[in-house]
Structure formats: structure tokens, C-alpha cells
Design a protein around this ligand. Structure first.
Ligand code: HEC
Length: 120
């Protein structure tokens, strides 16, 4: 039986087309991923508005009830600092100590500092 000389070329063509389809699908997925990553880092979509939710970022060091752990208690923090001072501490941290800067975005720091300033 004589081999059909077209078949190898047809196979290569089909494989080529398949590869093109697969790569374009992968490419589109990547594009979506990159696009949605961009959305996540744009601040508004991830800002938490509930101070009790935001403060979850602090309890690792300040204790589950803010009673203090590695960091000092924040239960009466409003009688030590006013809202602006607390905001500054959250945004900038306390240099040379274990209190880090930028634990939460500035918008959340604003909400959280108001809430903490009420704790007297
Ligand atoms: C990695 C641990 C850590 C995290 C996370 C952390 N803190 Fe602190 N924080 C500390 C430490 C340690 C101090 C004490 C710094 C010092 O020695 O003055 C401190 C001090 C503070 C103070 C000053 C307290 C005082 O009595 O002078 C405030 C206010 C404060 N933190 C608020 C926060 C808030 C709000 C968050 C969450 C957004 C937070 N911290 C997250 C470790 C942390």
C-alpha cells in the first residue's frame, strides 16, 4: 500500500492549529489574571469599612481583645492618644520598635483610628 504523502503535512497543520488555539486560550487567561490583579491592588475594592474587621490585622501583636501581647494593650488607647496620633502610629509605625508601619491601608487606618480613639 502506498502512503499518502499529504498525511504528514496534514498532521503537522492540525497540530499547529491546535497549538495556536491552546496558546491563545492560555494567553487570554493570563490577560484576565493580570487585569484582575490590577483591580485587587486598586485600593477601593479591598478597603474594609468595619473597624472590628480591620483590627484583625492588629490582634496578632496586640491580643485578641486588644489586651496586649507582644504589643501593648490598646484597650484604653483613646485616653493616651487622640485620633490623629493613633492614625500616625498606624500609618507610620513606631520607629525602632516592633510596631510596624503600613499594616493596613491608610483608608482603613482612618476608620480604625476613629474607633480606637473612642476606647477610653
Ligand atoms: C508585628 C506586631 C504588631 C502589629 C501587627 C501591630 N502592632 Fe501596634 N505595636 C506593636 C508593638 C511591639 C508596640 C510597642 C511599641 C513600643 O515599644 O513603643 C506597638 C504599639 C502600638 C501603639 C502605641 C501603644 C502605646 O501605648 O504607646 C498603637 C496605638 C498601636 N501599636 C496600634 C496598632 C494597630 C492599630 C495595629 C493594627 C493596624 C497594630 N498596632 C499592629 C506591635 C504591633
Amino acid at each position: 500500500m502506498k502512503k499518502n504523502p499529504i498525511i504528514p503535512f496534514a498532521l503537522i497543520a492540525v497540530l499547529g492549529i491546535l497549538a495556536m488555539i491552546i496558546f491563545s486560550v492560555i494567553g487570554l487567561n493570563e490577560q484576565d489574571k493580570i487585569a484582575s490583579d490590577g483591580e485587587e491592588s486598586s485600593e477601593e475594592s479591598t478597603i474594609r469599612e468595619d473597624p472590628e474587621a480591620i483590627v484583625q490585622s492588629c490582634i496578632g501583636c496586640h491580643g485578641g481583645d486588644l489586651e496586649g501581647a507582644t504589643g501593648p494593650s490598646l484597650q484604653n488607647i483613646g485616653s493616651k492618644y487622640n485620633q490623629e496620633e493613633i492614625y500616625e502610629i498606624i500609618v507610620n509605625g513606631i520607629e525602632g520598635t516592633g510596631m510596624p508601619s503600613g499594616v493596613v491601608p491608610n483608608e482603613e487606618a482612618e476608620i480604625l483610628s476613629k474607633w480606637l480613639a473612642e476606647k477610653k
